[in-house]
Each structure stands twice: as C-alpha cells, then as structure tokens.
Design a protein around this ligand. Structure first.
Ligand code: HEM
Length: 415
C-alpha cells in the first residue's frame, strides 16, 4: 500500500499537488510495504529521527536498496550529491562542517552573511531591471529570468569565483541540476556521462582556483578553506573540492525553488502579496511560512539506522533505507493548526523545511536572506503581477520540488 503511494509521489502526474498523498501517508506514521524503504511522514517522528544518533546519513550504511525507487537512479550516479559532509556521520561530518563554518557563520564569522546584504540587493535589482529590458511584460518566465540565475551568482560571490567565470558556473550548475532531475525518457548512459563530465570540469576549475587562492588568499570562502589551519587541522584539496561542490549544489536548486514556490504562493494569495508590498518586513514570516507550506526539499531519502530501532510501534532493521517526508511533517495537523492554510501570521512556525539536528541546513541564514530580499523586491517592483498558468509546469524531481517555469505577466516594473 505504502509502496503504491511512494510510486505515486515519484509519479510526475502528482508533482503539482502531492499534499493529498502525504495526508494518506500520515495515516500510518511509519510504514513499509514489501522490500521498499521505511517511510516516515509525521512531524514528531521525523523530528525524533533527525536528532537520533543511531540514524546515519551515509549511504554506504544502507544494506539493500532493492525496492527503493530513488536509490537505483542514485547508484547510476544520477541523483547522488558529492560525498561531502551532507552524506557523512560524526566525527567526519562534524569536523568538516566546523571547518566550513569557520569562515561562514558564528562564532568566528558572525558578519559574513550580513555583509553580503548590499551585494545581494544589487544582484536582485540588476535581475529585475533585466526583466524590463529583455522581455515584453506580457509573458515573463520568472524562473529563467530571476529565480534561476540569482542563487548561482550568490554562491559564486560567496566562494570567490571571479565575475568573468560566473557564466561557466551557471552552465555547470544547470547540468548538475539536470542530473538531480532525471528525465525518465533520456538515455541513462548519456545522462550519466553528462553529469560525470560536468563534475570533472567543475572539479578541475575549482582545483585551479584553490591553488591560486593558496598563493594569494582573499576574504572569500575558498581562500579561507584553502588556508585553514585551526584546531581541526587543514582541509585536503579533495575535501575543499567536495565542500565547495556541496555548497553549490545544496544552495542552488533549493533556493531557486523557494523563490519560485514563494512567488507562486503569493500570486495565489494576493492579499499577502499586497501586505508584503506595503511592508517589506513581512518577508521574514512569509519566508518561514513558505518553508513550512511549500518546502523546496520535500523529503530526505538517504537515512538508515546503524542498529535496529523502534519508532511509532514499528521495528526498523539495521541498514534499512529510510525516507523522511519533511513536506508531510510540515502539514501534520497534530503539530500545526489548519496545516493546509498559508498563514504568515502563525505564531509558531517551527517547520522542517531546513531539516533539523546535526545536518540542519548549513546555508540557512543565507537562504533566508536571499528569499526575503527576492520576494520583497519582486512584490514591490512588479506592477499588478498575475499568473499565466496555474499550476505551472514542474520539474521532474520529487525530492527538490518546484516549477520549471513560472510564466507571469505584469503592467510595469517600478524603479
Ligand atoms: C531555500 C533554500 C534551502 C533549503 C530549503 C535547504 C534545505 C536543506 C535541508 C532540508 C538540509 C538537511 C539535509 C539533511 O538533513 O540530510 C540542508 C542541508 C544543507 N544545506 Fe541547505 N537548503 C537551502 C539552501 C542552502 C544554501 C544557500 C546553502 C549553501 C550556502 C546550503 C547548504 C547546505 C549544506 C552544506 C547542507 C548539509 C549540512 C550538513 O550535512 O551538516 N543550503 N539544506
């Protein structure tokens, strides 16, 4: 039964609205059918597993992926993220995350994200100006024109990629994103090769940049990672490579989808859009509620128990594949009142949209700032925006879910 629902969740036909399927899943908080993965769909159970040290994020600990509809693609190298700290357990995870965090966030770099505010605002303004310059206003694809290019530019600035190389990064990010979004009709060997070639090119480019930064460091993340020599020692070139590729991949598609899901939701709730236009400060609760209501990461399919565990009356064996459906937990009526209502005035929005526990989103402060700036500026500057297709066409990906295009029209662009 559950497996049938899992197939339906993966089925593209349900991409625009998977929420009724999640409601069905929550009737059995922890479920397995046949030899498929164990699926956890309720808020408190997901929270508890995200904080459980017996749960591994390292795919190498999964003993069998038979019956797991996503794992087969991953074994082909299609959906696998680079073997960086996202896919590692303590102590390796903690060491690499601490080292990556030193130049990024508190306590050592409390100002990094805040100091990017002006630069981010400049990118947002430039992209919105570009919409006016490039397109007629009667059909704008907000994904291609805005949501897609924005986060890649931000990651480039964060890492310290020279502006003239940014276009190459956009191409690599596109190809890697396509690898995360397998087209079921494409020839698997070609897809695999495209993705591998891109990884190689990106790796070689970053290796060159790391060498340069070692010789003459600046204040960017790559320079700091390349020259780090703190209590955790130094990072090897491979570790720097996989960490920076992780930042690129984890920070790209997710942010694209948050901004696009955000505009889609605001256009479906014009009263909230109007309030945001009048009060940019509302962007803070709007973004939090979006992370609950339409989370860009719908599920985490790469956990597994290091030992037999029991949860919600179900015994899950060591090495079983475990899926945590964050988007379902976010709509659990046992946790949130009127969970299917988009309501930025909620008093308590402790959502699962950025994960929880030791792997909770590393880039969260940056992701929040990007989405807040993007949505408040789009609300302020687009005159009378309206959706041209509802629902819009979605990407294939069921894990990193969001529209592939968001066609809108507007009457003008305010300065
Ligand atoms: C709206 C945008 C974003 C969303 C929804 C999001 C969501 C998530 C989620 C759910 C996780 C937990 C994964 C797990 O537990 O296995 C995660 C981890 C992570 N995120 Fe984000 N993310 C976003 C943006 C970013 C950005 C901008 C960056 C980089 C600057 C980033 C870097 C990471 C990294 C490195 C991890 C792994 C953390 C670890 O394993 O310790 N994310 N993210």
């Amino acid at each position: 039964m559950t497996q049938a629902i899992l197939r339906e969740i993966i089925d593209y036909a349900n991409r625009a609205d998977p929420y009724p399927l999640y409601e069905e899943l929550r009737k059995t908080p922890v479920a397995q059918d046949g030899d498929g993965p164990y699926v956890v769909s309720t808020y408190y159970e997901i929270q508890s597993l995200l904080h459980d040290p017996r749960i591994s994020s390292d795919r190498r600990n999964v003993s069998s992926t038979a019956g797991d509809p996503l794992a087969q693609a991953e074994e082909d190298g299609e959906t696998a993220l680079p073997p960086a700290f996202l896919g590692l357990d303590p102590p390796e995870h903690d060491r690499l995350r601490r080292m990556a965090n030193r130049p990024f966030g508190p306590p050592h770099s409390p100002h990094r994200v805040h100091d990017m505010r002006g630069e981010l605002g400049g990118i947002v303004s430039g992209l919105i100006d570009g919409i006016a310059a490039k397109d007629g206003l009667d059909r704008i694809d907000l994904v291609d024109r805005f949501s897609y290019p924005f986060p890649v530019s931000v990651i480039c600035r964060l890492l310290g990629v020279p502006p003239e190389d940014e276009p190459r990064f956009h191409v690599w990010a596109d190809t890697l994103a396509a690898g995360l979004d397998p087209d079921p009709d494409a020839d698997p060997s070609q897809r695999h090769k495209g993705s591998q070639d891109t990884r190689l090119e990106l790796g070689m480019y970053l290796a060159g940049l790391i060498e340069e930064r070692r010789k003459s460091p600046g204040d960017d993340m790559l320079s700091h990672l390349a020259t780090a020599d703190g209590p955790d020692g130094t990072m090897t070139t491979m570790e720097i490579l996989s960490t920076s590729a992780l930042l690129l991949i984890a920070g790209h598609e997710t942010t694209v989808n948050l901004i696009t899901n955000g505009m889609l939701t605001l256009l479906r709730h014009p009263e909230v859009l109007q309030r945001l236009r009048e009060d940019p400060g509302l962007a803070v609760p709007v973004v939090e509620e979006l992370l609950r209501y339409e989370p860009p990461v719908q599920l985490l399919p790469q956990r597994s128990p290091l030992t037999e565990i029991e949860i919600a009356g179900v015994t899950i064996p060591k090495g079983a594949s475990l899926w945590l459906i964050l988007a379902s937990g976010n709509r659990d009526p046992k946790r949130f009142e009127n969970p299917d209502r988009f309501d930025p005035d909620r008093k308590d929005i402790q959502h699962l949209g950025l994960g929880s526990g030791i792997h909770s989103c590393f880039g969260a402060p940056l992701a929040r700032l990007e989405a807040q700036l993007a949505l408040s500026e789009l609300a302020r500057r687009l005159e009378n925006p309206r959706l041209l297709e509802d629902p819009p066409p979605y990407r294939q990906n069921a894990v990193l879910r969001g529209p592939r295009h968001l066609p809108i029209a507007c009457d003008g662009i305010r300065p």
